[in-house]
Design a protein around this ligand. Structure first.
Ligand SMILES: Cc1ncc(COP(=O)(O)O)c(C=O)c1O
Length: 505
């Protein structure tokens, strides 16, 4: 041991711990922070959804490593002045970009409580682990999975999908794949999804050692649902070619337009062909809580695994991804790795098994379960389901407004809570890309874009429980206003609706 370490003081004086010297002071500061953040959520409509970060503000976050302490109040002031105004904006009801949940005050408070406990949910015998097990059990019931199914919180669905690919890999190649790698047999494995699937599936195949070429992206129908007949044909062809199909990934809510694959047909095909059936239900799987949507998710109960995010339609603050696996043993076979320092005991703090670290790559894990537990208990699944139904009703309202407006054009059928449309213009891709940025910079709303059949679409994903009809109206007005500005210099403006046929739903 170095001399410096040997000579360091052994007895901690108050000034040497990181606890406050004056608890009353930090209590007052803490109450101020809490009040401010509750005001932030309560008055979020008064703020722009998002605003560009000025150079000098960005520059503040290129500072030197702080070596000396600063007063908490001063650090907090930096937070209020330079962080709060330039956050993503997904708390705001006008945020419709990508697929972001809005969070709740309840979830925020729960996150503070979790930080106070500072629990590590890798394993061991403490009640936070039981809270996570409670959510696993509730999720099992929600999706009609059998007893013995396993589940685990992860960062998000990208991670959950990767882990599902790894579990399917173990199911196909046996546990020995963990020692020997995928080898020659693994090089023959093929997985299947649709062209509308999220990019993280291809990334998962890459990271799992198969390479993204081993993922077959099957064509979709007009509603972006996988063509099950084409999938079957491709599986048969691949078998004939000496490949070994092992996995089908269905989508419960595609990222672009919210399509739900025919999960019943996929599960039947997977059973017949003896393939692992995984469902990417990032946001759509929680549609199971909405009586209006649940029937469209039929077949989900037959999946071998489901990936989903409580931080999207579940409104739990980021992050709260989740993986559920029908056969818990297979799940453990994929990730459990004994180590002397993680020995399980029959009593004491190391009692109990299995631990969450047996179900995923992480050992240190935060208490994501607490904010989810608070959310489910405080609101109840009926209310959460009603919120989900309402976001779809708002999407239908946006669709109606678009169809009634000759200057706008719907680019995809509205099936769930996502609406893709554009402003009619000659150079439509350029004009609509600019419109979206203009709207984001105006602070009125925050839609995003996607490309559908080579056409740039304005994409509004209505996920936030705070979004209301007035926010849809504000989005439409903004698109029309910025569209008129953007295309006023475009003399080839196309206003003749007759030129493009209406979209068949
Ligand atoms: C269908 C789908 N799959 C996967 C993901 C990735 O989820 P995450 O961002 O939680 O990793 C998303 C994100 O929106 C998604 O919509």
């Amino acid at each position: 041991m170095t001399k410096v370490l040997r000579e360091a003081p052994l007895h901690s004086e108050a000034s040497e711990t990181l606890d406050p010297q004056n608890w009353d002071e930090i209590r007052a500061q803490g109450h101020r922070m809490l009040d401010d953040m509750l005001d932030y959520a309560a008055n979020v409509r008064d703020r722009p959804v998002w605003q560009p970060i000025p150079d000098d503000v960005r520059g503040r976050f290129r500072a030197e490593l702080p070596r000396q302490p600063a007063h908490l109040g001063e650090v907090y002031r930096e937070f209020t002045d330079f962080i709060v105004p330039y956050a993503t904006g997904n708390v705001h009801p006008g945020f419709m970009g990508w697929v972001h949940g809005g969070g709740t005050a309840v979830g925020m408070l729960a996150e503070m409580l979790a930080a106070g406990l500072n629990a590590n949910l890798g394993g061991r015998d403490h009640i936070p682990i039981e809270v996570e097990r409670q959510i696993v059990e509730w999720t099992r019931q929600m999706f009609g999975f059998p007893i013995g199914a396993s589940g685990i919180f992860v960062t998000g669905t990208s991670m959950a999908n990767l882990m599902a690919v790894l579990v399917a890999r173990t199911a196909a190649l046996g546990r020995s794949v963990r020692q020997h790698g995928v080898g020659d047999e693994g090089a023959r494995l093929a997985a299947y999804t649709s062209t509308a699937a999220h990019g993280c599936i291809s990334k998962a195949m890459d990271i799992a050692g198969f390479g993204s070429d081993a993922l077959r992206c099957i064509e979709v129908d007009r509603s972006h649902r996988i063509d099950v007949a084409a999938l079957r044909e491709r599986i048969i062809q691949d078998r004939k070619a000496g490949l070994k199909p092992f996995l089908v990934v269905g989508s419960a809510g595609t990222v672009d337009i919210g399509a739900i694959d025919d999960l019943k047909a996929l599960s039947a095909l997977c059973r017949e062909q003896q393939l692992w059936f995984h469902v990417d239900g990032a946001y759509g799987a929680l549609g199971i809580l909405s009586p209006a949507l649940a029937p469209r998710l039929a077949g989900l109960e037959d999946a071998d695994s489901i990936a989903l995010d409580f931080h999207k339609w579940g409104q739990v603050p980021y992050d709260a991804g989740f993986l559920m696996v029908r056969d818990g043993d297979r799940h453990r076979d994929t990730f459990a790795a004994p180590a002397a320092y993680l020995r399980r005991e029959t009593r004491g703090l190391a009692a109990g098994t299995s631990w969450p670290c047996d179900l995923g790559p992480d050992l240190s894990r935060s208490f994501r379960a607490l904010k989810t537990w608070f959310t489910l208990k405080t609101f109840g699944t009926e209310k959460l389901g009603a919120v989900i139904t309402r976001t779809c009703a708002l999407a239908a309202y946006l669709e109606t407004r678009i169809l009634a407006e000759p200057r706008l054009e719907l680019l995809a059928p509205v099936q769930l809570n996502i609406v893709c449309f554009r402003y009619r213009a000659a150079d439509a891709n350029k004009v609509n890309g600019d419109i979206v940025i203009d709207i984001q910079e105006s602070g009125i709303a925050a839609p995003s874009t996607t490309i559908l059949d080579g056409q740039l679409a304005i994409r509004a994903a209505i996920v936030n429980h705070r979004t209301d009809a007035c926010d849809i109206d504000a989005l439409i007005s903004a698109v029309l206003e910025f569209g008129a500005q953007r295309s006023s210099c475009d003399h080839r403006l196309v206003l003749d609706v007759e030129q493009s046929p209406p979209l068949a739903m």
